[in-house]
Design a protein around this ligand. Structure first.
Ligand code: FAD
Length: 463
């Protein structure tokens, strides 16, 4: 059996782990375009702020010898589903006669028995004049992060456009490199389709404390350059803002080129069934590129989250190796940092559209904006804050900012659809503190005498 995995992100690597756990003999090929192979993409934010050195992005635990994987640095350019084959270019570093290194390309063709597309997503480009100028950056890969750090060294002033987590990572990364940062938002507040007004203001206040200059209702119409280098941006109102760098994060798009060319069924991502199979049964897809059925909403959803990508990759690997194991999409969960404040986002928490982004952004889940009729409880108006989205019988979502004591209990209560009717009125009462009510209820649920659950300790519905 020959397994071919395209993409060395977390989904591809998890698939390899799963395949090897079941099939000791099969041949595994990993084709990866990124020269650095597997590393932590969320970690790039901490690399930008100098909190971790580059080496720490690479996990120490991967034993390639043990997995016996044939690794090929290259780009897959075409799929031939009828012939169960792929074609692409193999990259090789060659030294020229003058000693400098050059990338050489060589065509390859490879057949497969099972193929996994774990090709991830990529930044949506800014669609304005001037984006080809030197000094315009986005962050998809380690090489992007290296470039940002290098450019920041000789830049004094940067403009950041976009929304979601990645734009803040760019803001904070550039700030940490000593660059004056102007953060431009098209709307009236930060990440308005996921955060509520108070949460956005908490983040914005923190950014201002860090010296970031915020511009609301501001949009760039053109990047200005001299001799090919950024010198400023022209705003929609005609004003010019001088800067040496422009960083953008307006959303990501699954990499669908291969799937489309091979006529696999796609929507916003590659559509897969519960076994992570595409419309062609021996081709699987997992991670950011896959659009996965969500049993809670009955819709197929995109996530741009590390945890689900890893889990999907693992399940895809199990199924590729012949174990029929359905993947059940769980409640999206992300612990992140927004302007230095640890923030956990769980389940359904927002709605509407954010003017600063186009579709999904990194560290985001479409579920977060799929908000049905629900009531809200909130407690705390400083940096420690909890917001709960309360359904008739269960909690639907939560945002926990600052103190994270309740983030794990909330994740489990939401994922397991714990019956909250005994405390629902108290959660909604103006005289009670939701955090205290929840902590008390959680402690009851996890003791051996939990009367409402009728079982000693409740367990995750998913392994
Ligand atoms: C800066 C940043 C911050 C993030 N922060 C968070 C966070 O806080 N929380 C969170 O949960 N998630 C975060 N994410 C998102 C998370 O990293 C992704 O959801 C996850 O990495 C997706 O994994 P993947 O394996 O699906 O794809 P990727 O990690 O994107 O890997 C895909 C790989 O496929 C390769 N590839 C693509 N096309 C081809 C081809 N044709 N041929 C060969 N190889 C190809 C690419 O080179 C790439 O290496 C962040 C991502 C970034 C970039």
């Amino acid at each position: 059996m020959r397994y071919v995995i395209v993409g060395s992100g977390v989904a591809g690597i998890a698939a390899i782990e799963a395949i090897r756990s079941l099939d000791d003999q099969g041949e595994i090929w990993l084709i990866h375009e990124d020269p650095h192979g597997f590393y932590s993409r969320p970690g790039l934010a901490y690399y930008l702020t100098d909190e971790i050195p580059e080496e720490q992005l690479f996990p120490a635990s991967i034993d390639w010898k043990q997995y016996r994987v044939q690794r090929l640095w290259g780009r897959v350019t075409r799929l031939y589903p009828e012939q169960s084959a792929i074609e692409g270019v193999h990259f090789r570093l060659a030294r020229s006669i003058f000693g400098s290194k050059k990338v050489q390309e060589e065509a390859f063709r490879l057949s497969y028995d099972r193929l996994l597309l774990a090709v991830g997503s990529q930044a949506i480009p800014l669609n304005i004049p001037g984006t080809e100028s030197q000094g315009v950056v986005k962050i998809d890969h380690l090489d992007d992060a290296r470039r940002i750090r290098l450019l920041a060294r000789r830049s004094r002033k940067a403009v950041v456009v976009g929304g979601g987590i990645t734009s803040l990572e760019l803001v904070e990364g550039l700030r940490a490199q000593g660059v004056e940062v102007h953060y431009l938002m098209r709307g009236e507040r930060y990440w308005s389709n996921v955060l509520d007004e108070t949460e956005s203001r908490i983040v914005e206040h923190r950014l201002e404390e860090e010296g970031v200059i915020l511009h609301h209702f501001t949009e760039v119409s053109e990047i200005l350059a001299q001799k090919g280098r950024v010198v400023g941006v022209r705003l929609k109102d005609g004003q010019v803002l001088r800067c040496d760098m422009v960083a953008y994060a307006i959303g990501v798009r699954p990499r669908l080129e291969l799937a489309r060319q091979a006529s696999l069924q796609t929507d916003r991502g590659i559509l897969v069934n519960e076994y992570l199979q595409t419309s062609v049964p021996d081709i699987f897809a997992a991670g950011d590129v896959a659009q996965v059925y969500d049993p809670r909403s009955g819709k197929a959803m995109l996530d741009s989250l590390w945890g689900p990508a890893r889990e999907q990759g693992y399940y895809a690997g199990l199924n590729m190796a012949g174990l029929k194991r359905p993947y059940l999409r769980g409640v999206p969960f992300n612990v992140t940092r927004l302007a230095g404040i640890t923030t956990t986002l769980i389940g359904r928490i927002g709605e509407g559209r954010d003017e600063d982004t186009l579709g999904i952004v990194r560290g985001d889940s479409e579920t977060w904006r799929d908000l049905p009729d629900a009531l809200m409880a909130q407690s705390g108006f400083d940096v420690n804050r909890i917001r709960l989205i309360i359904g008739e019988r269960t909690l639907l979502g939560a945002v926990v900012m600052g103190d994270q004591t309740l983030s794990f209990p909330l994740q489990r209560m939401i994922a397991e659809e714990v019956d909250i009717r005994p405390i629902r009125d108290r959660l909604l009462s103006a005289n009670e503190k939701p955090a205290e009510v929840l902590a008390e209820y959680w402690s009851k649920l996890t003791t051996s005498t939990a009367p409402s659950l009728g079982r000693p300790v409740f367990k995750f519905s998913r392994a």
